[in-house]
Every structure is written in structure tokens, then in C-alpha cells.
Design a binder for this molecule. Structure first.
Ligand SMILES: NC(=O)c1ccc[n+]([C@@H]2O[C@H](COP(=O)([O-])OP(=O)(O)OC[C@H]3O[C@@H](n4cnc5c(N)ncnc54)[C@H](O)[C@@H]3O)[C@@H](O)[C@H]2O)c1
Length: 338
């Protein structure tokens, strides 16, 4: 195989990013088919991506399209059955996070991956493919900061997007399942250990609609890991200045900080308000390179039989930790993670 022919399922906010990367930016990939339950998105596939082979029925795409692989970027609750159906029909699969919305679903996806060891499965924890995060991981693994014993992670969405988050709140599974999963994955990755205990709390000061949906606009969680290390995760919906993703890994011999100021770029603007660093505005802007690099890795794995850096088990473990965090937040009690 010299080209990986891909069908994409889901052409919403993130689906469009992956679709453009597959169609126009990856030499070994070809976007052959697209599936969405939104008719306008299928028009988009035809007019903007040049894909004529479009479907509103996912199983029909699997049965009829001339594809080697599927890229699943649908609503989270659809991921696991779509992963299983694709693998069982002989297709390689890239799936967006979260793997599933409950552990039973995640186990169903794990079993399907195990049934097909000859097919590639990769989960989209794209932060691992961001240049700064992958550099930090190399530094840590080389011993540069000694033994890492704490991670402090912040992920706050721009307030400009808060109305969408409010609309979605009732079905999001709560702020920790929806938002903290990237940070949880990074903590596991950097500390090279699994979380065994969590305490969590939430707060709402600006948008009472979150409380009405039994959610919170801000969440804070503290974890203890099996190797004794600690992690603190702060997630939120109301950054007035843009998209704030920041991570600090502290070790016995030093610290690595990633985007301590979530700057748009290296430009500083001198004006009447002083000297300003503009903030990055959204996840597609901040992680543009990472979305491309992770998809390049997926295609490389399919074409050359390599194993991807993010497995189905990373998906199950991060979901289990996010569930325990949600339970801790709801009960106000520390929760042991099995
Ligand atoms: N890695 C990241 O940084 C990141 C960022 C945003 C979203 N996501 C994940 O990506 C996924 C999509 O998020 P989004 O923001 O693009 O959502 P969205 O609501 O904008 O789009 C959802 C898409 O799924 C499609 N869909 C839903 N059910 C379907 C079905 N049964 N068959 C075919 N298509 C179906 C819809 O037609 C739509 O195209 C979610 O799982 C989300 O968690 C990941």
C-alpha cells in the first residue's frame, strides 16, 4: 500500500481540521469518503474537500467506500461502536478522544482492538504530538529535571465560546470528563505512573446555567499516583483573554513549564496599554501542528506496520480516572482509583 485511503466520520468543529489535514497536508493519505448526519457538512465535503463519496449512514460507508482506514471524529458517545464496526470490517482506525463515555464502552473497544492485532488503532491525544510537550517528555525521560514528582496542569476555554459549552453542559458528562481528560493523559505520560486517588471540587461564579445543568464552570482536582507523585488539574470555561493551556512538571532537579504565558506567537505589541502579548484564541489554533503530526503518525503506522504512541489502553485508563474525578467532585470525598 503506498497511500492510505481514509473515510472520515464527523465533520464538525474538529472533523473539518482532520479532514483538511488528510485531504491536503499528508503525502501518504487520501481522503476518499466522508460521513456526517448533518447534510450541510456533506455539502462542505463535496465543495471544499473535493470528496464526492459521501454518506449519512456510517455502516454504509464501511460497506461501500473504497477505504483502508476510518477517522472517527463524531460525538463522543458514538466512538466505541464505530471503532468496533470499522475494525470488524477490516479497516484501520484513528479515533478522537475520549475513547468512550463509560468504561463498558471502552472495554468493548479494547476487545475489538485485541481481536484485530494486524490493524492499526490510534487514539487522538494530540497534545503528546505538540512540539513543546514532546520536547518536555524527552527532557524528563533523559533525567534533566531529576525525578518528576508533581504536575500542575491548567486548561481553560475562552469565554467567547461559553454559550456553546452551556448548551452542551447537560450532555457533556461534567467538566472533568469533558475537559480534564487531556491533562489526565499528560499526567500519566509525564509521571510514568497511574493515578490511585483523587479529590476534586468545582465552582461557578459567572454563569449560573452550569449549576442548573448540574455542572460547574471551573473544576480543580488533586491526584496521588502509584509512585507517590502528585498532580493538580485546573479546568474551566471562562478565560476572558483566550485559550489557556499551561503545564508545569516539577522534578527533584528542576522544572519544565509549557506555555506559562499562553502566547499567540513571539510578537509583543507596544501601545497605549503598555506592552502586550496576545493570547492564543482556540484549540485548532494552539494545536494546529499537533493535529497534523498525530495524523501523520497514524498514516505512517498503517503504511509501515508500526505501533502508534497512543493505545486503546491509554483511552480506557484516562476515562477511568476522569470518572473517579467526577465521582470525587459529586460526593465531595476522596476516591480510590482501581
Ligand atoms: N482532541 C481535541 O483537542 C478535541 C477537540 C474538540 C473535540 N474533540 C472530540 O472530537 C469529537 C467531535 O467533536 P466536535 O467538537 O467536532 O463535535 P461537533 O458536534 O462539532 O461534530 C460532531 C460530528 O459528529 C457527526 N456525527 C454524530 N453522530 C454521528 C453518526 N452516528 N454518524 C455519523 N456522524 C455522526 C455529526 O454529523 C458532526 O459532524 C468529540 O468526541 C470531541 O470530544 C477533540
Amino acid at each position: 500500500m503506498d497511500k492510505c485511503r481514509i473515510g472520515i466520520a464527523g465533520l464538525g468543529r474538529l472533523g473539518k481540521v482532520h479532514a483538511r489535514n488528510i485531504a491536503f497536508r499528508i503525502r501518504g493519505a487520501e481522503l476518499k469518503a466522508a460521513c456526517s448526519i448533518v447534510p450541510e457538512e456533506l455539502d462542505f465535503a463535496k465543495s471544499e474537500l473535493g470528496v464526492t463519496n459521501v454518506y449519512s449512514d456510517y455502516r454504509k460507508m464501511l460497506a461501500e467506500a473504497d477505504i483502508d482506514a476510518v477517522c472517527v471524529v463524531t460525538t463522543s458517545k458514538e466512538h466505541c461502536w464505530q471503532i468496533e464496526a470499522a475494525l470488524d470490517s477490516g479497516k484501520h482506525v484513528f479515533s478522537e478522544k475520549p475513547l468512550g463515555v463509560d468504561l463498558a464502552q471502552c472495554k468493548q473497544a479494547e476487545a475489538a482492538v485485541e481481536r484485530h492485532p494486524d490493524l492499526t488503532f490510534m487514539l487522538g491525544f494530540m497534545r503528546r504530538y505538540d512540539k513543546s510537550y514532546s520536547y518536555a517528555k524527552k527532557l524528563i525521560d533523559s533525567g534533566r529535571i531529576g525525578t518528576p514528582y508533581m504536575v500542575k496542569a491548567t486548561g481553560i476555554d475562552p469565554e467567547s465560546a461559553v454559550q456553546g459549552a452551556i448548551r452542551f453542559a447537560k450532555n457533556s458528562g461534567g467538566i472533568f470528563l469533558d475537559m480534564a481528560i487531556h491533562d489526565i493523559d499528560l499526567c500519566r505520560w509525564f509521571l510514568n505512573s497511574e493515578a490511585v486517588e483523587v479529590y476534586a471540587a468545582g465552582a461557578t461564579f459567572k454563569h449560573p446555567e452550569f449549576k442548573e445543568a448540574y455542572d460547574d464552570e471551573t473544576g480543580a482536582a488533586m491526584y496521588r499516583f502509584a509512585n507517590g507523585a502528585l498532580a493538580m488539574v485546573h479546568v474551566g470555561r471562562t478565560a476572558p483573554y483566550g485559550y489557556h493551556v499551561e503545564t508545569e512538571i516539577i522534578g527533584t532537579e528542576g522544572t519544565v513549564r509549557i506555555s506559562a504565558v499562553p502566547a499567540k506567537n513571539l510578537a509583543e505589541v507596544y501601545g497605549h496599554d503598555g506592552v502586550l502579548t496576545e493570547c492564543v484564541g482556540s484549540f485548532p489554533e494552539r494545536f494546529d501542528d499537533a493535529y497534523l503530526t498525530e495524523m501523520e503518525e497514524f498514516v505512517d503506522c498503517v503504511l509501515n506496520g508500526k505501533k502508534p504512541g497512543v493505545s486503546v489502553y491509554d483511552g480506557t485508563k484516562s476515562t477511568a480516572i476522569a470518572y473517579a474525578t467526577t465521582e470525587a467532585w459529586k460526593t465531595g470525598k476522596a476516591v480510590r482509583i482501581e
